[in-house]
Design a protein around this ligand. Sequence first.
Ligand code: PRP
Length: 181
Amino acid sequence: MDKDLASIVLTEEQITQKVNAAAAWLDERFKDALTPPLAISVLKGSVFFFCDVVRAMKTKTQIDFMTVSSYGNSAETSGVPKIVMDLSASVHGRDVILIEDIVDSGHTLVRMKDLIIGRGAKSFTVVALFDKPARRQVDIKADYSCFETGDEFLVGYGLDYAQQYRTLPYVGILKREIYEK
Ligand code: PRP
């Protein structure tokens, strides 16, 4: 385990189980889809979860990416998610699957939902690896979340603190002294 972590919350094996369950849920939801859904990764945090879920799905999806940032190097949201890189595909008339690593305050999800529905998507489905309902500042939730968690600061498998720890293959709780110094 990385020395900056207090404990591990999801091992690689547990992540695989969560990924497979999320993919099976999406397959069931889109089993009658006539055209391939568009799966969108909200970068950077969702990159690994996204790649694993779309590859575990039996449903063929098309993929696209959007970079949205609201934390920067802080442990607290700015409350104003900034679109750093937009999609390349049109979402008009499409079934959109948004894949997030975590729903925390909810500001990012509200921004994405407004934008994608506003651009004329046919449907909007959100899958998140983690949900932190106690931290919510706006009323929104994922359609499917793999793991509900409290106020702990999670890193690894895409999740960062000040751009660090993303490439750890597991998810752990960051020691408080790292982000409170
Ligand atoms: C993180 C995470 C989510 C968002 C959730 O992204 O990946 O997209 O915060 O937080 P919220 O519910 O409070 O909006 P961040 O802005 O840190 O950018 P990153 O994905 O590049 O880490």
